[in-house]
Design a protein around this ligand. Structure first.
Ligand SMILES: *Cc1c(COP(=O)(O)O)cnc(C)c1O
Length: 372
């Protein structure tokens, strides 16, 4: 295949799900943003069928409706972070979605339009993003037809170990949760869960860690690599010291070089900010990106690599090059790189070219990996 590809290892996904288990808390999968660009239907099906995952979180009610269809007849809870609005109530009904109540307006909307139907409630414990705070929590708790099945909050600093805000939020969360004695409690996403069981409560909302990305913006050795971005070499040339490479002639060669032009660019979601800073692994050698990342081409300095052939694939992130390092070279984090590339990827070849998503998973007794 001459397309760049995003290869998704579903067995590694399963291993990462199991990595979060064991503390007694239910592990829910956050599959918003099309499962961080990896494709929500396949990710959710795998986690449901093989790992026993029964709760999924999305951001939009439309995502929830699509996920309900993607799950076929599987009976899972689908919780929507953004919560209900008058114009989306019908989606909640039609697809049995569970809203997250973030405001008093949403609390009364849900209580009036679906009295007695379970909801999650988001309390703000200092992030100042979404959720009820202060006296509003008690007001929501007093609405008779509002059934809160899950009370949740979100940690601001779980990407840093031992940040003092984390403990403050934990205490504030426990206090707020007392207003909902029958509700299950959820505080942690991937980062909080990996900090220890004190933060797990009844339900963990695991997102990025399932997809093999370290929530602390650095590789986490306990997580398996799920996503690999690779792209084929289109042309190899020699260029002399003093010549320049790419748009803007931004980089001048310091030595006689061997250059490999590779089929990937910012149009595929690979950040232009990696120009002159990022790397890819080609034939086992780490090759710098030289010159600017263009819309669908990147030039690698392959002078120190075994001579590449046309069609050899360069890995931009994956088992040989951690996504956290690739993201840092572009001034960003693994979350953004993954959703950026994955969000533009096509489900199969032939749909307008560009990055193709491929799933790899072991089938049958021989355990041989197969692409689907
Ligand atoms: C995105 C999100 C998560 C998942 O976070 P990760 O860091 O990817 O595990 C959990 N909870 C809320 C409220 C979120 O918005």
């Amino acid at each position: 295949m001459r397309n760049p590809s995003l290869d998704i290892d579903l067995d590694a996904l399963g291993a990462n799900y199991r990595r979060f288990q064991g503390g007694g808390a239910e592990i829910a999968a956050v599959v918003k943003c099309d499962a961080y660009g990896l494709g929500a239907p396949r990710v959710a099906q795998r986690l449901y069928d093989r790992e026993g995952c029964r709760t999924f979180f999305v951001a939009y009610s439309e995502e929830g409706a699509e996920l309900r269809q993607g799950l076929g007849g599987r009976d899972a809870d689908i919780v929507v972070f953004n919560g209900p609005f008058a114009e989306t109530i019908s989606l909640y009904r039609a697809h049995r979605l569970i809203p997250t109540i973030n405001t008093l307006e949403q609390a009364s909307l849900w209580a009036n339009s679906a009295p007695g139907a379970p909801a999650a409630l988001h309390v703000d414990t200092g992030m100042n993003r979404l959720g009820l705070a202060g006296a509003d929590i008690g007001v929501a708790a007093a609405i008779p037809s509002l059934v809160i099945a899950l009370v949740m909050s979100h940690l601001a600093c779980a990407s840093e170990t031992d940040h003092p805000m984390t403990e403050r939020q934990r205490r504030q969360f426990e206090a707020a949760a007392q207003s909902f004695p029958k509700a299950r409690r959820s505080l942690s996403a991937s980062g909080g869960a990996l900090m220890g069981e004190r933060f797990a409560f009844d339900l963990v909302r695991a997102g990025v860690g399932l997809y093999g990305v370290g929530p602390q913006d650095a590789p986490d050795a306990s997580l398996a690599t799920v996503a690999t971005l690779s792209a084929p070499v289109l042309q190899v040339r020699r260029a002399a010291a003093g010549e320049t490479v790419g748009y803007g002639a931004s980089q001048t060669l310091a030595r006689d070089s061997r250059l490999a032009a590779v089929s990937l660019g910012y149009g595929d979601g690979y950040p232009r900010a990696a120009s002159g800073r990022g790397h890819a692994v080609l034939n086992g050698a780490l090759c710098p990106i030289i010159g600017r990342v263009s819309m669908d081409l990147i030039v690698l300095d392959a002078t120190d690599a075994p001579v590449p052939a046309i069609g050899d694939r360069a890995e931009f992130f994956g088992p040989r090059l951690p996504i956290e390092a690739a993201a840092a070279a572009a001034g960003t984090i693994g979350y953004e790189l993954l959703t950026g590339v994955g969000g533009l990827a096509r489900p199969r070849p032939g749909l307008g070219g560009r990055v193709v998503r491929r799933y790899v998973e072991a089938h049958g007794r021989d355990g041989a990996a197969r692409e689907t």
